[in-house]
Ligand binder design. Structure first.
Ligand SMILES: [Zn+2]
Length: 530
């Protein structure tokens, strides 16, 4: 790193949201040393004229946990100017586990991320960090501690409240993770077994996060008709625990529920007025992505996937489930069937692992049913029976008006929610979310200024996640930087999702170039941040 470099005459957007100005920026020993005209000899010169220099983007919500291990050069992230990813979201992380829960965790995380090897789940955050660092990685990672693994270790897939003793065990385990590198707690209240927790358990765990000064990120209990109640439930947890919170991918799914996002924002505003520290993330698309099992009520997964497969052998259970999925009634837990409000035609089968299902990739469940001359439920059942419901699905379910309300609120941060999988057609957000916010939402649609867009992907998430000295261009800050063209743009589409973004000329991580002249350098200077 020794000699340092200067980026000359780029438009500098420093992450604060203030309009930028043209300046030189000098980097030495991995840090920003000077902002302003520099005539210092001996520095490597990077010509920034006509380009924009910003802090490296922080993807505050993604699921790159496994991809960081398997594809540590993270080409699709680097091409977007992303220099730090926050992983472990929605209650899914690759740690902690003990001997008894290792296999269950492998299946739990594998449901979302694709099949995992035995060596790809970890006893604790240190073991995960060691595995990451032994490969090296192009970008930084901050790992959240998933509630799913914590609960699997203590209660397995039992659908019951934890006892006081079990709460204590989970709390101690969480505290140990947070004190040794975990970046925060994440819960996924629609995903078993996280969904089975009661308030006492959630408050206890949030209190641990508060005590450790770390945030709680929540995939809340409903993004359908129950969105407002689910938002209040999360606010209540924050109020009761004193933790600071990030509401994950704020949205209202299904046409009958459109408009609820704006109401949820009012609830968040009221909470902030009351002194609760809460904000939210969202990605710039009208479709979401998850796995097929998420279309079922959490109660279907009591006992785990094998228990569900056994239940499906009962014609009565099967018939009841089929009717339940098409019924929009909200149950006592606040769950509303996604299928009932978006329809089978809005669920795209995006990625399968079982060769028997490959032919279905790229079809909606409705189309697949038509081809096979069966009911759409039969297709969903095949996904569960033939690959444990781990099929990646894309859900066309959001409204432009809601998206705009969410994105133009000052509490919003950009998180791709990307779920990298090696098979099939992933959601394009994993390849394009960040330039899409700049190119489409800021420049074309003019929802906010470019400087404000940059703030939502740099300083704001850095502060929320306690990434001190990152997410900003100021003297002394760590030199995670991106130098991009004014035409920086996303290329990935739903039809062709694996296309890399175009226009990031240079990307520096901890002062070292992981992309130069628009090409990856192969250097892996990334660190584990916690
Ligand atoms: Zn989620």
């Amino acid at each position: 790193m020794g000699d340092g470099f200067v980026v000359r005459e780029a438009l500098v957007l420093d992450g604060s949201g203030e309009e930028g100005s043209v300046s030189d920026v000098v980097v030495r020993n991995g840090k920003i040393e000077l902002i302003g005209a520099s005539e210092e000899p001996g520095l490597t010169i990077v010509d920034g004229e006509g380009l924009i220099l910003a802090p490296g983007f922080i993807d505050c919500h993604c699921h790159d946990d496994l991809a960081m291990l398997r594809e540590p050069d993270r080409l699709e992230k680097v091409a977007q100017g992303v220099t730090t990813v926050i992983v472990g979201n929605c209650g899914f992380s690759l740690f902690p586990c003990d001997i008894g829960s290792r296999e269950a965790l492998r299946k739990h995380a594998g449901g979302l991320l694709g099949s995992l090897g035995n060596h790809e789940v970890f006893e604790d955050v240190n073991a995960y960090a060691d595995a990451l660092l032994s490969n090296g990685m192009a970008i930084n990672v901050a790992p959240l501690v998933g509630h799913g693994p914590l609960r699997l270790e203590v209660l397995g897939y039992d659908a019951r409240p934890a006892t006081a003793e079990e709460r204590m065990r989970m709390s101690l385990r969480l505290e140990q993770q947070l004190l040794t590198g975990g970046a925060g707690l994440s819960v996924g209240l629609v995903y078993p077994p996280s969904a089975f927790a009661d308030r006492d358990e959630l408050v206890a765990l949030c209190k641990v996060a508060a005590k450790c000064g770390k945030p709680v990120a929540a995939h809340i209990r409903s993004y359908e008709a129950g969105l407002l109640d689910a938002t209040q439930e999360f606010l209540d947890l924050l109020r009761a625990s004193g933790a600071r919170g990030v509401l994950s991918h704020l949205q209202a799914a299904g046409k009958p529920n459109w408009g609820l996002a704006a109401k949820a924002l009012l609830a968040l505003d009221a909470a902030v007025d009351e002194g609760i520290d809460v904000c939210f993330d969202m990605y710039p698309y009208l479709a979401g992505s998850s796995y097929a099992l998420q279309l079922l009520p959490p109660s279907a997964s009591v006992g785990g996937i094998d228990a569900l497969k056994a239940k499906l052998r009962s014609p009565e259970y099967r018939a009841r489930l089929k009717i339940r999925l098409e019924d929009p009634a909200v149950d006592a837990e606040g769950w509303q069937s996604k299928i009932s409000v978006i329809g089978w035609e809005s669920v795209l089968i995006a990625g399968t692992e079982n060769p028997s299902l490959k032919a279905l990739e790229g079809l909606t469940i409705q189309e697949a049913a038509r081809q096979a001359d069966c009911h759409p439920f039969d297709i969903l059942e095949r996904l569960i029976l033939e690959e444990d419901g781990a099929t990646a699905v894309i859900l066309f379910q959001l409204s432009e008006d809601d998206l705009r309300s969410v994105f133009t609120h000052s509490g919003h941060m950009v998180g791709s929610d990307g779920i990298p999988r090696q098979d099939g057609r992933p959601h394009p957000r994993a390849y394009g979310a960040f330039p899409r916010v700049l190119n489409k939402l800021a420049i074309t649609d003019q929802w906010f200024s470019m400087a404000d867009a940059v703030r939502r992907m740099t300083l704001e998430p850095a502060m929320r996640f306690g990434l001190i000295d990152r997410g900003q261009i100021r003297v002394g800050a760590i030199a995670d930087l991106v130098l991009f063209e004014p035409t920086f743009r996303d290329v990935a589409t739903f039809e062709d999702p694996r296309s890399l973004a175009e226009g990031a000329r240079y990307v520096w991580v901890n002062g070292q170039a992981v992309a130069a002249d628009g090409k990856p350098t192969g250097i892996r200077p990334g660190r584990v941040l916690g």
